[in-house]
Structures are given as structure tokens and as C-alpha cells.
Design a protein around this ligand. Structure first.
Ligand code: ASP
Ligand code: MG
Length: 426
């Protein structure tokens, strides 16, 4: 007997016909002998619609009331799915976050889960009944409804899977897995059979918006095997787990990219302690997030200092720096807000050399010049002119042969034959 938490996103429950389709899938999994807990999102577009209603009455509605309002979206879909399951002869019971004691802090609209009391869910499972739980919502210590931030149903599902020590947490969505890169840009992009939590965090934060990042962090922390699958197309999806030591890791798993980058360079900074601090201090005081930072060694007491930020923050950052040039001991500041970042991600980079060289070669063959480079253990990022984005991603996808499955990839099976992952769940 295996226990699976299945989560269905907004497009999967967008209307009653789709909810009936989800009910069919849940019944099939029950017939296959699995215990199931189901988490659902609100119908596609519903959370935005509710947000709009609140904002149409007040520009600054109270966060408490907005959470009461937004949490109603999921209350509709849990009831409808439970009705559809019962119609099919499968006992089911809907639960709000409060009813299954998903306790959070008091941070309305971005609450964090503190604890879950699994008693109700276990009792429901013991009674052969499928619990259908509202995603995205919880309750604080005073009994007020809270919500977990946009996309938060993913986190609900992972948290329930961790609390129940489930064998797998399956996220059903409208794409059939995580791809080597965006298939809209590279038609040869391939679905990854598996990817590690670390890689997924890099791919997610760099734009592969399949899963809420917090849910991936949570799953990694509690070692919950996560699988992304399509509601509408049969398949094994992508399994996200820890690195499997029996498997030769692909050197590069995927290519992520960010379109909206800007780079700023301070020229002729005086080389003295605190130089970087004096540049970036005022930037972070303005709540501007800095991504890459590149500084070269000083020559004749002077150095150049470059960093990247989101394009939306560019004008403000330039203004701050212009105003501070003297204090920073800089000669001038130059910037470019027409740049993009391309990143190669792969845990196999840790044990392979030559990845950067191959990247440089592939880009040079396309006549693309690299503006900045930064590396970590499992990632190499380059900043290039925005006009080179597509050519660059395609060239790298081909150079690293990402369209071909890695040779040693052993294909993990989906829930019909799950592997129990030991570890610190709970
Ligand atoms: N319904 C919420 C949202 O649209 C939560 C979710 O779907 O995960 O953000
Ligand atoms: Mg989502």
C-alpha cells in the first residue's frame, strides 16, 4: 500500500467537466490500490477574479479580509471534486485548511506553515475515504484564515506529503514535466525524466515556472519525492528527488534564461576596503535585488565593478549610483538594460571539467560575445546582448546534446511502482 498526495492546479479544475476528469484520475489511482490525499487549487482565473473584486472596492483592502476572500476559490473546488468522487462510488470528504489544522504564522497573503495535525486525514484514510484538501490556505493561532502566497497550493501538497510521510507528491498541471529548456524557444527541448531538487531550484528561479519555488525548497528539506505530470496527457512526468548515486548524472540538465536583466558598471573605483559595500549598500537599502556581481583585481589602485539587477529596477539604481559617485570614489557609471542571462544547470558539473570551455566555444561559433560570466558548483551563467538570446540558447542546447536522453538515465516509474525514499520526513 502506498500513500500518494496528488495536487491538481487551476487549469486542471477550470470547470466541471475538468473536475470530473480529475475525479476519473483519482478513482483510477484508488483502483490501482493507492491511498490518496488530494489537494486542489481554485478554478483557473478565480483567484485573480477575487483579487479584482476586493480591489474594486478599496485600493488598500485589509490583508485579513483579502485572505478570507481569496480562500473561497479553493473551497468551491474541494466540494465539487468530493461530489464528483462520491458520484463515482468513492467515499470522499472535503476539508478546508483550518479543518485539517494547517497552522501558519500570521503573515496574511504570504503565511508560512508552522504545523499540520495529520489526525483528521489519517482517520479519513483509515475509513477508506479520500480527503480533498483546499490548497493555498491555512489558519493562524487566533483562528483567522491565512493564504500562502500565489501558487501556494503546491506548498500545501508538499507539506501534507511531508506530514503524512507520503511515498510521493504528484503535482498535476498543464505541462507534462520539466524540460531541458523552454520548448517554445527550442522545439527539440526534451522532458527530463528526473532532476534533482538543487537543479530544479536553479531552473525554477531562472524562469521555468512549473512549480512554486517554496514548494521545491520544502520538498527538498523534508525529502519528499515530487513529480510533475500532466492532467491531460498520460506519462511519467518529471521526478524531482535527491541525486541518485547509482546514476551517472548528466553534466548539464537544462538551460534556463532570464530576459529582463540589466547590468551596471562602476568605472575606476578606488581600491580600498568597503568599496563594494559603498556601492551595493544604497542599492539594497532601496530593496533592489542584486544578482551577479563581478569585480576584477585592481590595477594601479583602481578597479571596475559590475553587477546585474532586474530591468525594472534599472532606472532607480542608476539614479542612486549617479548621486553617490563621489562617495564611492568612482569615475563614472555606465549601464545596459538590454541584456539577458543564460544559465547551464547540472549537478554533473561538479565532477566534470571543460563545461565552460564548451559553452565559450558554442557561443563564439555563433559570433556571440559574452559580457559577464559567473559560476557556482552546479551552474554557469553568462550575460549577453538581448538580441542573442534565442541563438545562444539554441546553440548551447545543441552543443550539450540536450535533445538526446543521457545514456545512463534509468527511468523511474510513476506511482504504480514507487520507491520508498527513506530520510528525515516529518
Ligand atoms: N489559487 C491560488 C493562486 O492562484 C493558489 C494556487 O493555485 O496554487 O495563486
Ligand atoms: Mg500553480
Amino acid at each position: 500500500m502506498t500513500l500518494i498526495v496528488q495536487k491538481y492546479g487551476g487549469t486542471s479544475v477550470a470547470d466541471c467537466a475538468r473536475i470530473e476528469h480529475v475525479a476519473d484520475k483519482v478513482c483510477a489511482a484508488r483502483r490501482a490500490g493507492h491511498d490518496l490525499v488530494v489537494v486542489v487549487s481554485a478554478m483557473a482565473g478565480e483567484t485573480d477574479r477575487l483579487l479584482g473584486l476586493g480591489k474594486s472596492i478599496s485600493q488598500r483592502p485589509s490583508a485579513r479580509e483579502m485572505d478570507v476572500l481569496l480562500s473561497t476559490g479553493e473551497q468551491v473546488t474541494i466540494a465539487l471534486l468530493a461530489i464528483a468522487l462520491e458520484k463515482r462510488g468513492f467515499p470522499a470528504r472535503s476539508f478546508t485548511g483550518a479543518q485539517v489544522c494547517i497552522r501558519t504564522d500570521k503573515e496574511h497573503s504570504k503565511a508560512r506553515i508552522e504545523s499540520i495535525d495529520d489526525g483528521k486525514l489519517r482517520a479519513s484514510l483509515a475509513g477508506n475515504c479520500v480527503p480533498v484538501v483546499a490548497g493555498f490556505q491555512g489558519v493562524d493561532e487566533s483562528g483567522d484564515v491565512t493564504t500562502l502566497g500565489r501558487g501556494g497550493s503546491d506548498t500545501t501538497a508538499v507539506a501534507l506529503a511531508a506530514a503524512l510521510k507520503a511515498d510521493e507528491c504528484q503535482i498535476y498541471t498543464d505541462v507534462d514535466g520539466v524540460y531541458t529548456t523552454d520548448p517554445r524557444m527550442v522545439p527539440e527541448a526534451r522532458r527530463l525524466a528526473r532532476v534533482t531538487f538543487e537543479e530544479m531550484l536553479e531552473l525554477a528561479s531562472l524562469g521555468s515556472k512549473v512549480l512554486q519555488i517554496r514548494a521545491v525548497e520544502f520538498a527538498g528539506k523534508y525529502n519528499v519525492p515530487l513529480r510533475v505530470l500532466s492532467t491531460f496527457k498520460e506519462g511519467e512526468g518529471t521526478l524531482i528527488t535527491y541525486e541518485d548515486v547509482t546514476m551517472e548524472a548528466a553534466v548539464v540538465s537544462g538551460i534556463a534564461f532570464n530576459r529582463d536583466e540589466a547590468e551596471i558598471t562602476l568605472i575606476g573605483i578606488q581600491d580600498e576596503p568597503g568599496a563594494a559595500y559603498h556601492i551595493l549598500g544604497p542599492i539594497s537599502d532601496a530593496n533592489i535585488v542584486v544578482d551577479m556581481i563581478v569585480q576584477n583585481v585592481a590595477r594601479e589602485g583602481r578597479l571596475d565593478f559590475t553587477f546585474t539587477i532586474h530591468r525594472n529596477d534599472y532606472a532607480q539604481a542608476m539614479e542612486i549610483l549617479e548621486a553617490n559617485l563621489k562617495r564611492m570614489g568612482a569615475k563614472r557609471v555606465i549601464g545596459n538594460d538590454r541584456v539577458v542571462k543564460i544559465s547551464l544547470v547540472g549537478v554533473g558539473m561538479r565532477s566534470h571539467s571543460g563545461v565552460a570551455t564548451r559553452l565559450f566555444q558554442a557561443l563564439s561559433e555563433e559570433g556571440i560575445s559574452i559580457r559577464l560570466v559567473a559560476t557556482s558548483e552546479i551552474k554557469i551563467s553568462v550575460v549577453v546582448d538581448e538580441k542573442h538570446l534565442e541563438t545562444g540558447v539554441r546553440a548551447l542546447h545543441a552543443a550539450f546534446r540536450l535533445h538526446e536522453p543521457p545514456q545512463q538515465e534509468h527511468l523511474p516509474q510513476p506511482a504504480t511502482a514507487p520507491v520508498r525514499q527513506g530520510g528525515a520526513v516529518g
